[in-house]
Write a protein that binds this ligand. Structure first.
Ligand SMILES: [Zn+2]
Length: 435
């Protein structure tokens, strides 16, 4: 999932251990432990980033899973690797569970969500640090967030408070392109949510915002067919307008009719057209051949569609189907939709978690936290459990260029993320009145 445009990055970089009178002595201890573990955390991030793990690189995702599994094993978590059916062509997920022997029966059970896969991978996306910035695939989205989870838990353990907590960590192996069917791909995550009270997700964050509501995402494939004929006859009714012009009309009508609705977006990600088209919608990849003097026979367009509520999704699909059916002469078109990530509507429970997080942030001398507008946050794994537990996302690191080869992270934000996450987990586990 993309991180939002980072807000107040200067605040991240400038924030230091300001007066922190509101921290208890053990919270101070946790903060000290995060600082002590910072170099180890950066080293862990480097190892994770330099282990390529594009979603379809099954061996790579497993290898990154192994790196994190060792970290949880060392802390005494019960870890397991969840396999998915081979036909799904996904690596599976890492699950790590901790039941603190001194957990208060009233303590909230926490589900921590990360993901092991990245969009880009390979040479040119390796870890490269320059001062306080590190570049590389997954530095921000979200190996940085995964490392923040580990760093926070280690600090809690070293400060002697982990024993009071109950935690399940799920790091999925296919967040950037979830296997289908989704119900199978997300069984482990949903089962973990059923045993939890609050879900905390570590997608990229910023100093002053977090996510309690986000849009859902689904996909679509548009296939347009025209009559193959000599180009000199184009625009005549008997030859028709060809698949390329019809695809252009449809996409432009989508834009004209639907691009101004709040919370709704749709993006044609790929388009392939010509006389001979080969397209693989699973790999989002294709090729085309044609001639400039031949009217194109086929176009395939694949895109996404993001929405806040199921009603908005349904009505957008209806408009799109209508546009697709109003064909230019000599052409036909069909559009198919698939159900992707559900939306995450705002809830009172989510707002309450946000208030605790806001207080934690301010007590640490970091900025106050506001809810990020739902449309500024892409789809994410937490949406699958939004109907089961209260949730907060955006607890990860602040970076830039996610889903792009030049991705990077502001390393001070790794420390901030770990400190805030550790204290949030502690306060949720051992509730105290929020002033
Ligand atoms: Zn992500």
């Amino acid at each position: 999932m993309r991180i939002p445009h980072p807000l107040l990055l200067l605040a991240v970089l400038g924030a230091g251990p300001v007066s922190a009178q509101s921290l208890s002595s053990r919270e101070q201890r946790i903060r000290t432990q995060v600082a002590a573990g910072f170099d180890d955390a950066v080293a862990l991030l480097e190892r994770a980033v330099n282990t390529s793990s594009g979603t379809f690189n099954v061996a790579g995702v497993r290898a990154v899973g192994q790196i994190f599994r060792q970290q949880f094993d060392a802390m005494g978590f019960a870890t397991r690797w969840v396999e998915l059916p081979a036909a799904m062509k996904r690596a599976g997920h890492l699950v790590a569970e901790w039941n603190g022997p001194r957990a208060n029966p009233g303590a909230k059970r926490l589900l921590l969500i990360g993901h092991l896969d990245t969009v880009f991978e390979g040479e040119g996306t390796r870890f490269a640090r320059r001062d306080t910035v590190a570049r590389g695939a997954g530095t921000a989205d979200m190996k940085g967030g995964d490392v923040a989870i580990v760093a926070a838990l280690k600090a809690l353990k070293q400060a002697g408070v982990l024993d009071e907590m109950r935690i399940i960590v799920v790091m999925t192996g296919d967040e950037e392109s979830a296997g289908r069917p989704l119900s199978v791909a997300r069984t482990a995550l949903i089962e973990a949510a059923r045993k939890s009270d609050v879900a905390l997700a570590f997608e990229g964050g910023s100093a002053a915002s977090a996510t309690i509501a986000r849009r859902g995402a689904s996909g679509w494939v548009l296939t347009v067919t025209g009559r193959q004929a000599h180009s000199s006859g184009i625009f005549r009714n008997e030859t028709g307008f060809g698949a390329v012009f019809e695809a252009a009309r449809i996409l432009d009508e989508f834009r004209v009719q639907l691009s101004k609705q709040p919370y709704l977006t749709f993006n044609p990600g790929t388009i392939v057209g010509g006389t001979d088209v080969v397209y693989d919608s699973e790999a989002v990849k294709g090729s085309a051949a044609g001639k400039t003097n031949i009217i194109a026979k086929q176009v395939v367009v694949q895109g996404d569609l993001r929405f806040l509520t199921p009603g908005q999704l349904d009505s957008a699909r209806a408009v799109m189907r209508e546009i697709v059916a109003a064909n230019l002469p000599g052409t036909t078109a069909v559009i198919s939709f698939d159900d992707g990530y559900p939306g995450m509507p705002p809830t009172d429970g989510g707002r309450a978690v946000l208030r605790v997080f806001d207080q934690v942030s301010q007590d640490l001398g970091y900025p106050a936290i506001e809810a990020l507008p739902p449309e500024q946050r892409g789809a994410g794994d937490i949406s699958f459990v939004a109907g089961i537990v209260d949730g907060l996302d955006g607890l990860g690191v602040a970076g830039f260029g996610s889903h792009a080869p030049e991705e990077g992270v502001y390393l001070p934000s790794l420390k901030m993320a770990a400190e805030r996450a550790a204290l949030l987990m502690l306060r949720l586990s051992t509730p105290r009145p929020i002033p």
